[in-house]
Design a protein around this ligand. Structure first.
Ligand SMILES: *[C@@H]1O[C@H](CO)[C@@H](O)[C@H](O)[C@H]1NC(C)=O
Ligand SMILES: *[C@@H]1O[C@H](CO)[C@@H](O)[C@H](O)[C@H]1NC(C)=O
Ligand SMILES: *[C@@H]1O[C@H](CO)[C@@H](O)[C@H](O)[C@H]1NC(C)=O
Ligand SMILES: *[C@@H]1O[C@H](CO)[C@@H](O)[C@H](O)[C@H]1NC(C)=O
Length: 390
Protein backbone atom coordinates (compact mmCIF):
# COMPACT_ATOMS: atom_id res chain seq x y z
CA UNK A 1 0.00 0.00 0.00
CA UNK A 2 1.43 3.28 -1.12
CA UNK A 3 1.30 6.61 0.58
CA UNK A 4 1.11 9.48 -1.89
CA UNK A 5 4.02 11.84 -1.54
CA UNK A 6 3.69 14.04 -4.59
CA UNK A 7 1.47 16.57 -2.91
CA UNK A 8 4.31 17.58 -0.58
CA UNK A 9 6.65 18.13 -3.46
CA UNK A 10 3.92 20.06 -5.29
CA UNK A 11 3.36 22.13 -2.20
CA UNK A 12 7.03 22.96 -1.80
CA UNK A 13 7.27 23.58 -5.52
CA UNK A 14 4.44 26.07 -5.29
CA UNK A 15 6.05 27.79 -2.31
CA UNK A 16 9.41 27.98 -4.05
CA UNK A 17 7.87 29.12 -7.28
CA UNK A 18 5.81 31.86 -5.70
CA UNK A 19 8.71 33.02 -3.56
CA UNK A 20 11.04 33.21 -6.57
CA UNK A 21 8.33 35.04 -8.46
CA UNK A 22 8.04 37.66 -5.72
CA UNK A 23 11.81 38.11 -5.56
CA UNK A 24 12.01 38.64 -9.33
CA UNK A 25 9.19 41.14 -9.09
CA UNK A 26 10.89 43.13 -6.33
CA UNK A 27 14.23 43.24 -8.11
CA UNK A 28 12.58 44.46 -11.33
CA UNK A 29 10.85 47.32 -9.58
CA UNK A 30 12.87 48.38 -6.53
CA UNK A 31 10.67 51.44 -5.92
CA UNK A 32 7.59 49.38 -5.06
CA UNK A 33 7.17 47.50 -1.83
CA UNK A 34 5.38 44.14 -1.73
CA UNK A 35 1.82 44.05 -3.02
CA UNK A 36 -0.89 45.44 -0.79
CA UNK A 37 -3.85 43.20 -0.15
CA UNK A 38 -6.89 43.83 -2.33
CA UNK A 39 -9.68 45.08 -0.05
CA UNK A 40 -12.32 42.68 -1.42
CA UNK A 41 -10.01 39.72 -0.87
CA UNK A 42 -9.13 40.91 2.63
CA UNK A 43 -12.84 41.20 3.40
CA UNK A 44 -13.46 37.61 2.22
CA UNK A 45 -10.60 36.29 4.32
CA UNK A 46 -11.84 38.08 7.42
CA UNK A 47 -15.31 36.63 6.84
CA UNK A 48 -13.70 33.17 6.80
CA UNK A 49 -11.93 33.95 10.08
CA UNK A 50 -15.09 35.23 11.76
CA UNK A 51 -17.13 32.31 10.39
CA UNK A 52 -14.79 30.00 12.30
CA UNK A 53 -15.13 32.10 15.49
CA UNK A 54 -11.62 33.55 15.23
CA UNK A 55 -10.04 30.08 15.60
CA UNK A 56 -6.43 30.26 16.84
CA UNK A 57 -5.09 29.19 13.44
CA UNK A 58 -6.18 32.63 12.11
CA UNK A 59 -4.36 34.66 14.81
CA UNK A 60 -2.07 36.36 12.28
CA UNK A 61 -5.07 37.45 10.21
CA UNK A 62 -5.14 40.90 11.79
CA UNK A 63 -7.24 43.47 9.87
CA UNK A 64 -4.58 46.12 10.68
CA UNK A 65 -1.78 44.30 8.85
CA UNK A 66 -1.38 43.45 5.20
CA UNK A 67 -2.90 40.09 4.23
CA UNK A 68 -0.29 39.54 1.50
CA UNK A 69 2.76 39.96 3.71
CA UNK A 70 1.66 39.34 7.27
CA UNK A 71 -1.05 36.63 7.24
CA UNK A 72 -0.04 33.01 7.53
CA UNK A 73 -1.08 30.69 4.70
CA UNK A 74 -1.78 33.59 2.30
CA UNK A 75 0.04 34.57 -0.86
CA UNK A 76 -0.87 37.22 -3.40
CA UNK A 77 -0.01 38.14 -6.96
CA UNK A 78 1.61 41.46 -7.96
CA UNK A 79 -1.77 43.20 -7.85
CA UNK A 80 -2.45 42.11 -4.28
CA UNK A 81 -5.01 39.49 -5.26
CA UNK A 82 -4.98 36.40 -3.06
CA UNK A 83 -3.70 33.40 -5.03
CA UNK A 84 -3.07 30.98 -2.21
CA UNK A 85 -4.99 30.02 0.89
CA UNK A 86 -3.48 27.22 2.96
CA UNK A 87 -4.68 26.20 6.35
CA UNK A 88 -4.17 22.85 7.97
CA UNK A 89 -3.93 20.90 11.20
CA UNK A 90 -6.29 22.72 13.55
CA UNK A 91 -8.85 21.28 15.90
CA UNK A 92 -10.70 24.52 16.49
CA UNK A 93 -11.83 25.06 12.92
CA UNK A 94 -15.42 23.98 13.48
CA UNK A 95 -18.28 24.16 11.00
CA UNK A 96 -18.88 24.20 7.26
CA UNK A 97 -16.95 25.84 4.43
CA UNK A 98 -18.22 29.47 4.36
CA UNK A 99 -19.53 31.24 1.21
CA UNK A 100 -16.66 33.76 1.52
CA UNK A 101 -14.33 31.00 0.30
CA UNK A 102 -16.01 31.35 -3.11
CA UNK A 103 -15.23 35.09 -3.14
CA UNK A 104 -11.49 34.87 -3.84
CA UNK A 105 -11.63 34.95 -7.64
CA UNK A 106 -7.85 34.85 -8.16
CA UNK A 107 -7.27 31.82 -5.96
CA UNK A 108 -5.04 29.18 -7.57
CA UNK A 109 -4.05 27.13 -4.57
CA UNK A 110 -6.58 26.14 -1.92
CA UNK A 111 -5.53 23.77 0.85
CA UNK A 112 -7.94 23.48 3.73
CA UNK A 113 -6.94 20.12 5.17
CA UNK A 114 -6.48 18.10 8.31
CA UNK A 115 -9.28 19.98 10.04
CA UNK A 116 -11.21 17.14 11.72
CA UNK A 117 -14.17 19.35 12.62
CA UNK A 118 -14.65 20.85 9.17
CA UNK A 119 -17.96 19.31 8.14
CA UNK A 120 -20.77 19.65 5.61
CA UNK A 121 -20.61 19.15 1.86
CA UNK A 122 -18.28 20.51 -0.82
CA UNK A 123 -20.26 23.69 -1.56
CA UNK A 124 -21.29 24.76 -5.05
CA UNK A 125 -19.94 28.30 -4.60
CA UNK A 126 -16.43 26.86 -4.99
CA UNK A 127 -17.31 26.64 -8.70
CA UNK A 128 -16.63 30.39 -8.81
CA UNK A 129 -12.92 29.76 -8.23
CA UNK A 130 -12.21 29.43 -11.93
CA UNK A 131 -8.45 29.94 -11.56
CA UNK A 132 -8.03 27.05 -9.16
CA UNK A 133 -5.15 24.69 -9.95
CA UNK A 134 -4.75 22.89 -6.66
CA UNK A 135 -7.67 21.82 -4.47
CA UNK A 136 -6.83 20.03 -1.24
CA UNK A 137 -9.69 19.32 1.16
CA UNK A 138 -8.15 16.12 2.52
CA UNK A 139 -8.38 14.77 6.07
CA UNK A 140 -11.50 16.71 7.01
CA UNK A 141 -14.98 15.55 7.97
CA UNK A 142 -16.76 16.37 4.71
CA UNK A 143 -19.83 14.45 3.60
CA UNK A 144 -22.04 14.32 0.50
CA UNK A 145 -21.01 13.75 -3.10
CA UNK A 146 -18.03 14.73 -5.21
CA UNK A 147 -19.69 17.61 -7.06
CA UNK A 148 -20.05 17.64 -10.83
CA UNK A 149 -19.09 21.31 -10.93
CA UNK A 150 -15.40 20.44 -10.39
CA UNK A 151 -15.38 19.71 -14.12
CA UNK A 152 -15.89 23.45 -14.74
CA UNK A 153 -12.58 24.37 -13.07
CA UNK A 154 -10.51 23.79 -16.19
CA UNK A 155 -7.14 24.68 -14.67
CA UNK A 156 -7.29 21.99 -11.97
CA UNK A 157 -4.05 20.10 -11.87
CA UNK A 158 -4.32 18.37 -8.51
CA UNK A 159 -7.44 17.31 -6.57
CA UNK A 160 -7.10 15.82 -3.11
CA UNK A 161 -10.35 14.97 -1.35
CA UNK A 162 -8.94 11.94 0.49
CA UNK A 163 -9.86 10.89 4.02
CA UNK A 164 -13.31 12.38 4.34
CA UNK A 165 -16.71 10.66 4.35
CA UNK A 166 -17.74 11.46 0.80
CA UNK A 167 -20.46 9.30 -0.71
CA UNK A 168 -21.96 8.65 -4.14
CA UNK A 169 -20.06 7.81 -7.28
CA UNK A 170 -17.07 9.36 -9.04
CA UNK A 171 -18.48 11.83 -11.61
CA UNK A 172 -17.53 10.88 -15.14
CA UNK A 173 -17.51 14.61 -15.96
CA UNK A 174 -14.06 14.82 -14.32
CA UNK A 175 -12.80 13.65 -17.72
CA UNK A 176 -13.46 17.24 -18.89
CA UNK A 177 -10.50 18.50 -16.86
CA UNK A 178 -7.78 18.87 -19.48
CA UNK A 179 -4.84 19.50 -17.11
CA UNK A 180 -5.53 17.07 -14.27
CA UNK A 181 -2.40 15.24 -13.16
CA UNK A 182 -3.20 13.89 -9.70
CA UNK A 183 -6.52 12.82 -8.24
CA UNK A 184 -6.79 11.44 -4.73
CA UNK A 185 -10.22 10.29 -3.58
CA UNK A 186 -8.83 7.60 -1.23
CA UNK A 187 -10.41 6.67 2.11
CA UNK A 188 -13.96 7.86 1.56
CA UNK A 189 -17.28 6.03 1.16
CA UNK A 190 -17.53 6.23 -2.60
CA UNK A 191 -19.44 3.55 -4.48
CA UNK A 192 -20.32 2.70 -8.08
CA UNK A 193 -17.92 2.14 -10.97
CA UNK A 194 -14.68 3.83 -11.96
CA UNK A 195 -15.75 6.01 -14.93
CA UNK A 196 -14.14 4.71 -18.14
CA UNK A 197 -14.07 8.33 -19.35
CA UNK A 198 -11.08 8.99 -17.05
CA UNK A 199 -9.00 7.22 -19.71
CA UNK A 200 -9.30 10.36 -21.83
CA UNK A 201 -7.48 12.68 -19.37
CA UNK A 202 -4.14 12.42 -21.14
CA UNK A 203 -2.29 14.35 -18.41
CA UNK A 204 -3.14 11.96 -15.53
CA UNK A 205 -0.07 10.80 -13.62
CA UNK A 206 -1.50 9.55 -10.35
CA UNK A 207 -4.87 8.01 -9.50
CA UNK A 208 -5.61 7.17 -5.87
CA UNK A 209 -9.06 5.65 -5.34
CA UNK A 210 -8.07 3.25 -2.51
CA UNK A 211 -10.25 2.40 0.50
CA UNK A 212 -13.69 3.08 -0.88
CA UNK A 213 -16.52 0.75 -1.98
CA UNK A 214 -16.01 1.06 -5.72
CA UNK A 215 -17.51 -1.80 -7.73
CA UNK A 216 -17.62 -3.03 -11.30
CA UNK A 217 -14.58 -3.84 -13.38
CA UNK A 218 -11.37 -1.91 -13.92
CA UNK A 219 -11.87 0.17 -17.10
CA UNK A 220 -9.58 -0.98 -19.91
CA UNK A 221 -9.43 2.65 -21.09
CA UNK A 222 -6.98 3.49 -18.27
CA UNK A 223 -4.21 1.88 -20.32
CA UNK A 224 -4.48 4.91 -22.64
CA UNK A 225 -3.02 7.13 -19.89
CA UNK A 226 0.49 7.38 -21.22
CA UNK A 227 1.80 9.46 -18.33
CA UNK A 228 0.32 7.21 -15.64
CA UNK A 229 2.78 6.44 -12.91
CA UNK A 230 0.64 5.27 -10.05
CA UNK A 231 -2.74 3.52 -9.94
CA UNK A 232 -3.88 2.74 -6.40
CA UNK A 233 -7.22 0.93 -6.34
CA UNK A 234 -6.66 -1.23 -3.25
CA UNK A 235 -9.38 -1.96 -0.73
CA UNK A 236 -12.49 -1.66 -2.91
CA UNK A 237 -15.06 -4.12 -4.27
CA UNK A 238 -13.83 -4.32 -7.83
CA UNK A 239 -14.69 -7.46 -9.81
CA UNK A 240 -13.61 -9.02 -13.10
CA UNK A 241 -9.96 -9.44 -14.04
CA UNK A 242 -7.12 -7.15 -15.08
CA UNK A 243 -7.96 -5.65 -18.52
CA UNK A 244 -6.02 -7.25 -21.37
CA UNK A 245 -5.14 -3.73 -22.54
CA UNK A 246 -3.02 -3.22 -19.39
CA UNK A 247 -0.16 -4.88 -21.21
CA UNK A 248 0.18 -1.79 -23.38
CA UNK A 249 0.93 0.90 -20.81
CA UNK A 250 3.32 3.24 -22.60
CA UNK A 251 5.04 4.51 -19.45
CA UNK A 252 7.78 2.21 -18.20
CA UNK A 253 7.60 3.27 -14.57
CA UNK A 254 4.21 2.25 -13.22
CA UNK A 255 3.16 1.16 -9.78
CA UNK A 256 -0.13 -0.77 -9.70
CA UNK A 257 -1.90 -1.68 -6.47
CA UNK A 258 -5.08 -3.68 -7.03
CA UNK A 259 -4.95 -5.57 -3.70
CA UNK A 260 -7.92 -6.33 -1.45
CA UNK A 261 -10.62 -6.38 -4.09
CA UNK A 262 -12.83 -9.13 -5.52
CA UNK A 263 -10.90 -9.58 -8.74
CA UNK A 264 -11.02 -13.10 -10.17
CA UNK A 265 -10.25 -15.31 -13.12
CA UNK A 266 -6.90 -15.75 -14.79
CA UNK A 267 -4.63 -12.82 -15.51
CA UNK A 268 -4.50 -12.07 -19.25
CA UNK A 269 -1.19 -13.12 -20.82
CA UNK A 270 -0.88 -9.75 -22.53
CA UNK A 271 -0.52 -8.11 -19.11
CA UNK A 272 2.84 -9.86 -18.87
CA UNK A 273 4.17 -7.38 -21.47
CA UNK A 274 3.63 -4.33 -19.28
CA UNK A 275 6.67 -2.62 -17.75
CA UNK A 276 5.56 -2.46 -14.12
CA UNK A 277 7.93 -1.50 -11.32
CA UNK A 278 5.70 -2.43 -8.40
CA UNK A 279 2.73 -4.76 -8.64
CA UNK A 280 0.38 -5.72 -5.81
CA UNK A 281 -2.53 -8.00 -6.72
CA UNK A 282 -2.78 -9.70 -3.31
CA UNK A 283 -6.03 -10.52 -1.50
CA UNK A 284 -8.16 -11.24 -4.56
CA UNK A 285 -9.48 -14.44 -6.13
CA UNK A 286 -7.19 -14.75 -9.10
CA UNK A 287 -6.69 -18.27 -10.46
CA UNK A 288 -4.40 -20.11 -12.85
CA UNK A 289 -0.93 -19.29 -14.10
CA UNK A 290 0.91 -16.07 -13.24
CA UNK A 291 4.44 -17.25 -14.05
CA UNK A 292 4.57 -14.86 -17.02
CA UNK A 293 4.52 -11.88 -14.63
CA UNK A 294 8.13 -12.78 -13.94
CA UNK A 295 10.83 -12.92 -16.58
CA UNK A 296 14.46 -11.90 -16.77
CA UNK A 297 13.77 -9.08 -19.25
CA UNK A 298 11.52 -7.35 -16.67
CA UNK A 299 14.40 -5.14 -15.66
CA UNK A 300 12.23 -2.51 -13.96
CA UNK A 301 10.24 -4.92 -11.75
CA UNK A 302 11.33 -4.44 -8.15
CA UNK A 303 8.33 -5.59 -6.12
CA UNK A 304 5.67 -8.23 -6.77
CA UNK A 305 3.03 -9.20 -4.23
CA UNK A 306 0.47 -11.84 -5.25
CA UNK A 307 -0.35 -13.43 -1.89
CA UNK A 308 -3.79 -14.69 -0.87
CA UNK A 309 -5.10 -15.72 -4.25
CA UNK A 310 -5.81 -19.09 -5.90
CA UNK A 311 -2.79 -19.13 -8.24
CA UNK A 312 -1.65 -22.60 -9.30
CA UNK A 313 1.50 -22.96 -11.39
CA UNK A 314 4.95 -24.53 -11.41
CA UNK A 315 7.47 -22.15 -9.82
CA UNK A 316 10.50 -24.22 -10.94
CA UNK A 317 10.34 -22.70 -14.42
CA UNK A 318 9.84 -19.09 -13.33
CA UNK A 319 12.47 -16.84 -14.86
CA UNK A 320 13.17 -14.35 -12.08
CA UNK A 321 14.22 -10.76 -12.92
CA UNK A 322 17.53 -9.87 -11.30
CA UNK A 323 16.32 -6.54 -9.86
CA UNK A 324 13.61 -8.09 -7.69
CA UNK A 325 13.74 -6.77 -4.12
CA UNK A 326 10.40 -7.87 -2.77
CA UNK A 327 8.49 -11.04 -3.61
CA UNK A 328 5.41 -12.37 -1.84
CA UNK A 329 3.65 -15.39 -3.37
CA UNK A 330 2.31 -16.75 -0.05
CA UNK A 331 -1.12 -18.32 0.43
CA UNK A 332 -1.63 -19.75 -3.05
CA UNK A 333 -1.38 -23.25 -4.55
CA UNK A 334 1.96 -22.75 -6.26
CA UNK A 335 3.98 -25.96 -6.72
CA UNK A 336 7.41 -27.06 -7.95
CA UNK A 337 10.72 -25.88 -6.46
CA UNK A 338 12.39 -22.53 -5.89
CA UNK A 339 14.72 -21.63 -8.83
CA UNK A 340 18.48 -21.39 -8.06
CA UNK A 341 18.42 -17.79 -9.33
CA UNK A 342 16.36 -16.80 -6.26
CA UNK A 343 19.57 -16.94 -4.19
CA UNK A 344 21.15 -14.20 -6.33
CA UNK A 345 18.43 -11.57 -6.02
CA UNK A 346 18.82 -8.40 -3.88
CA UNK A 347 15.76 -9.40 -1.83
CA UNK A 348 14.88 -7.54 1.32
CA UNK A 349 11.47 -9.17 1.70
CA UNK A 350 10.29 -12.61 0.66
CA UNK A 351 7.33 -14.79 1.57
CA UNK A 352 6.62 -18.11 -0.15
CA UNK A 353 4.73 -19.71 2.77
CA UNK A 354 1.42 -21.59 2.48
CA UNK A 355 1.93 -23.08 -0.99
CA UNK A 356 2.75 -26.56 -2.35
CA UNK A 357 6.46 -25.95 -2.93
CA UNK A 358 9.04 -28.70 -2.55
CA UNK A 359 12.80 -29.26 -2.64
CA UNK A 360 15.88 -27.45 -1.39
CA UNK A 361 15.81 -23.70 -0.74
CA UNK A 362 18.55 -22.17 -2.95
CA UNK A 363 21.68 -21.02 -1.21
CA UNK A 364 22.85 -17.46 -1.49
CA UNK A 365 23.85 -14.79 0.95
CA UNK A 366 20.36 -13.55 1.74
CA UNK A 367 17.80 -16.36 1.77
CA UNK A 368 19.06 -18.08 4.92
CA UNK A 369 18.75 -14.80 6.85
CA UNK A 370 14.97 -14.65 6.50
CA UNK A 371 12.58 -15.98 9.12
CA UNK A 372 11.73 -19.67 8.63
CA UNK A 373 8.02 -18.72 8.74
CA UNK A 374 8.43 -17.09 5.32
CA UNK A 375 9.09 -20.59 3.85
CA UNK A 376 6.77 -22.60 6.13
CA UNK A 377 3.62 -24.55 5.34
CA UNK A 378 4.73 -25.89 2.00
CA UNK A 379 4.72 -29.49 0.79
CA UNK A 380 8.38 -30.33 1.34
CA UNK A 381 10.73 -27.32 1.23
CA UNK A 382 13.97 -27.92 3.11
CA UNK A 383 17.37 -26.42 3.84
CA UNK A 384 18.21 -23.10 5.55
CA UNK A 385 16.37 -21.34 7.12
CA UNK A 386 14.22 -24.52 7.36
CA UNK A 387 15.59 -27.81 8.71
CA UNK A 388 18.08 -29.65 6.47
CA UNK A 389 16.88 -31.83 3.60
CA UNK A 390 16.95 -35.61 4.19
C1 LIG B 1 -13.88 37.73 16.23
O1 LIG B 1 -13.13 38.91 16.11
C2 LIG B 1 -13.93 40.04 15.67
C3 LIG B 1 -12.99 41.20 15.44
O2 LIG B 1 -12.13 41.39 16.52
C4 LIG B 1 -15.01 40.35 16.70
O3 LIG B 1 -15.80 41.41 16.25
C5 LIG B 1 -15.87 39.09 16.87
O4 LIG B 1 -16.84 39.31 17.91
C6 LIG B 1 -15.01 37.89 17.21
N1 LIG B 1 -15.85 36.71 17.20
C7 LIG B 1 -15.82 35.80 18.18
C8 LIG B 1 -16.77 34.65 18.07
O5 LIG B 1 -15.03 35.88 19.12
C1 LIG C 1 4.47 42.67 8.28
O1 LIG C 1 5.46 42.03 7.46
C2 LIG C 1 6.56 42.90 7.17
C3 LIG C 1 7.43 42.19 6.14
O2 LIG C 1 7.73 40.87 6.57
C4 LIG C 1 7.29 43.25 8.45
O3 LIG C 1 8.36 44.12 8.18
C5 LIG C 1 6.31 43.93 9.40
O4 LIG C 1 6.92 44.15 10.66
C6 LIG C 1 5.07 43.07 9.61
N1 LIG C 1 4.10 43.80 10.37
C7 LIG C 1 3.50 43.33 11.45
C8 LIG C 1 2.55 44.24 12.14
O5 LIG C 1 3.69 42.19 11.87
C1 LIG D 1 -18.02 14.82 11.78
O1 LIG D 1 -19.29 15.36 11.44
C2 LIG D 1 -20.39 14.71 12.05
C3 LIG D 1 -21.65 15.41 11.59
O2 LIG D 1 -21.63 15.54 10.20
C4 LIG D 1 -20.26 14.80 13.56
O3 LIG D 1 -21.32 14.06 14.17
C5 LIG D 1 -18.93 14.21 14.01
O4 LIG D 1 -18.75 14.39 15.38
C6 LIG D 1 -17.80 14.91 13.26
N1 LIG D 1 -16.52 14.29 13.60
C7 LIG D 1 -15.51 14.99 14.16
C8 LIG D 1 -14.25 14.26 14.40
O5 LIG D 1 -15.64 16.16 14.44
C1 LIG E 1 8.97 -2.07 -21.96
O1 LIG E 1 10.30 -1.61 -21.87
C2 LIG E 1 11.13 -2.17 -22.87
C3 LIG E 1 12.55 -1.70 -22.56
O2 LIG E 1 12.58 -0.35 -22.22
C4 LIG E 1 10.64 -1.73 -24.23
O3 LIG E 1 11.46 -2.28 -25.25
C5 LIG E 1 9.21 -2.20 -24.42
O4 LIG E 1 8.69 -1.74 -25.65
C6 LIG E 1 8.34 -1.71 -23.28
N1 LIG E 1 7.01 -2.30 -23.39
C7 LIG E 1 5.91 -1.56 -23.54
C8 LIG E 1 4.62 -2.32 -23.60
O5 LIG E 1 5.94 -0.35 -23.60
Amino acid sequence: MQVPTLKWSLLSFTFTFTFTFLLVLLSLNPASSAAVCNTDDQKSLLEIKYHFNNASTFTTWDPNTDCCTNWSGIQCDAQGRVTMLANSIANDVVGEIPPAMGELPYLQFLAFSNLPQLSGTIPSFLSKLTNLQHLDLSLNNLTGPIPDFLSQLKDLDDIDLSSNSLTGSIPSSLSQLPKLRTINLGTNKLSGPIPPSLGSIKTLVQIYFYSNSLSGSIPSSLSRLHELNELALWDNKLTGTIPASFGSFRNSDISLDLSSNKLSGSIPRSFGKANITQLDISKNKFTGDASFLFSRDKTVLSSIVMSNNLFKFDFSKVDLPLGLKRMDISHNMIFGSLPERLGQLPLYRIDVSFNQLCGKIPTGRRLKQFDAAKFSNNKCLCGLPLPPCN
